[in-house]
Design a protein around this ligand. Structure first.
Ligand SMILES: [Zn+2]
Length: 132
C-alpha cells in the first residue's frame, strides 16, 4: 500500500485508516472460515481497549474480540459500528471492518482458520462482544 493510497483513504475515512493499519501491523486480524462447502467467513479482531479505559501497564489490559463480516454486507459487533454507522449514520465503517477489508485486499492472510460447521455456528451464536 502506497503513501498516496493511504492519504486518499484517510481523506475519505479519517483516522480509522491509521487504526486499521495498526490492527493489521500488530496481527490482530484473523479470518475464520467455515468448511469449504459452506463458504461462510467471519473475522475476529483482537485488540486492547483504549489506554484511558484500562490500567497503564499493557500486560494488565484485557483483550477484546470483535466479530466482523464483510460479505454480502459488512457488519461489526463493536459499539462504534452500532452507534455511529447503524444508528446515527455519521461514519461509513469502523476500524475493524476497514481492517478486514484491507486484510483481504492486501493478501495478508496468515491468520486463517478453517472450522467445522458446529464450531463455526457456536462461535457465531455465542459471541460475546466484551472480553474474550
Ligand atoms: Zn467495529
Amino acid at each position: 500500500m502506497t503513501y498516496d493510497q493511504i492519504r486518499v483513504l484517510h481523506s475519505l475515512l479519517g483516522d480509522i485508516v491509521l487504526e486499521s493499519l495498526h490492527l493489521l501491523d500488530t496481527d490482530c486480524v484473523s479470518r475464520l472460515d467455515c468448511e469449504k462447502e459452506a463458504k461462510r467467513q467471519l473475522y475476529k479482531i483482537q485488540e486492547t481497549p483504549d489506554i484511558q479505559d484500562s490500567p497503564k501497564d499493557s500486560k494488565d489490559r484485557p483483550l477484546y474480540s470483535r466479530l466482523c463480516m464483510i460479505y454480502p454486507e459488512y457488519h461489526c459487533s463493536c459499539d462504534f459500528f452500532i452507534h455511529s454507522v447503524v444508528c446515527e449514520q455519521t461514519a461509513l465503517m469502523c476500524r475493524h471492518v476497514l481492517a478486514t477489508i484491507l486484510y483481504e485486499t492486501l493478501n495478508d492472510q496468515q491468520n486463517n482458520n478453517v472450522l467445522n460447521d458446529d464450531t463455526f455456528a457456536r462461535i457465531l451464536y455465542t459471541w460475546n462482544t466484551s472480553r474474550s
